[in-house]
Design a binder for this molecule. Structure first.
Ligand SMILES: N[C@@H](CCC(=O)N[C@@H](CS)C(=O)NCC(=O)O)C(=O)O
Length: 230
């Protein structure tokens, strides 16, 4: 049994999708990052960077509980545990890992910043908006070229696809027009059509924030609470 500590955000959705695709039994525990639950000392023991997702595999290596944080590491752990969505053969395996790392180091942070400066920043800063919107568009271009003549990012459907997809769901808020990237759009629609992806997106949906972030939530995520020394 996996105890998953998560929320309804792109990094959470990656793991929901993987757990649904593999069929591993799991319980999703909501960590409401808008109310500061990510700073609970018990949560910090398994997620020292105060971010979701994190998990405890009650049946980890050697039959002992094992905790994992960082969604890329969690995807690799779950893939190795089940033997699914990450090939064993070296070249095929590293093809997937490269595109997983591209998501972790590029797509997530850069699209996140585009979203932040376009939607959440208290002032509209043209330099920041242009910088991250341009970077978002550049990354969509990289993905569009990669997906030309391919169904998936690296060989068969893999954890790389699961990692990238949730970040592209908010393309409008990143200043991107999906129609400008036809290969990404085709892949996105194929992802969206997968039943396990649809189930993954429903996890904790009833607790999802409705409407814009309020001042208290912004303070917790971007203000003094975030930078308090613990
Ligand atoms: N590199 C981390 C990023 C995780 C992350 O940024 N999580 C966000 C939600 S998508 C979060 O928990 N934010 C709460 C906070 O920063 O306090 C991963 O991929 O797991």
């Amino acid at each position: 049994m996996i105890d998953l500590f998560t929320w309804t955000t792109p990094n959470g959705h990656k793991i929901h999708i993987m757990l649904e695709e593999t069929g591993l039994p799991y319980t999703a525990h909501g960590i409401d990052i808008g109310t500061g639950e990510q700073f609970d000392p018990e949560f910090l023991k398994i997620s020292p960077n105060n971010k979701i997702p994190a998990m405890v595999d009650r049946d980890g290596p050697g039959g002992k509980p094992y905790a994992v944080f960082e969604s890329g590491a969690m995807l690799m752990y779950l893939a190795d545990k089940t033997g699914k969505f990450l090939p064993k053969e070296t070249a095929a395996r590293y093809d997937v890992i490269q595109w997983l790392m591209f998501q972790m180091g590029g797509v997530g942070p850069m699209l996140g910043q585009a979203h932040h400066f376009r939607a959440y920043a208290p002032e509209q800063i043209p330099y920041a908006i242009n910088r991250y919107t341009n970077e978002a568009k550049r990354l969509y271009g990289v993905m569009d070229r990669r997906l030309a003549g391919r169904d998936w990012f690296a060989g068969d459907y893999s954890i790389a696809d699961m990692a990238i997809f949730p970040w592209l769901r908010s393309w409008e808020r990143q200043g991107v027009v999906l129609d400008d990237y036809p290969n990404v759009k085709r892949w996105f629609e194929a992802m969206n059509a997968r039943p396990a992806v649809q189930r993954g997106l429903q996890v904790l949906k009833d607790r999802e924030r409705s409407g814009p972030m309020d001042a208290k939530q912004k303070e917790i995520l971007f203000g003094a609470t975030q930078y308090q020394r613990r």
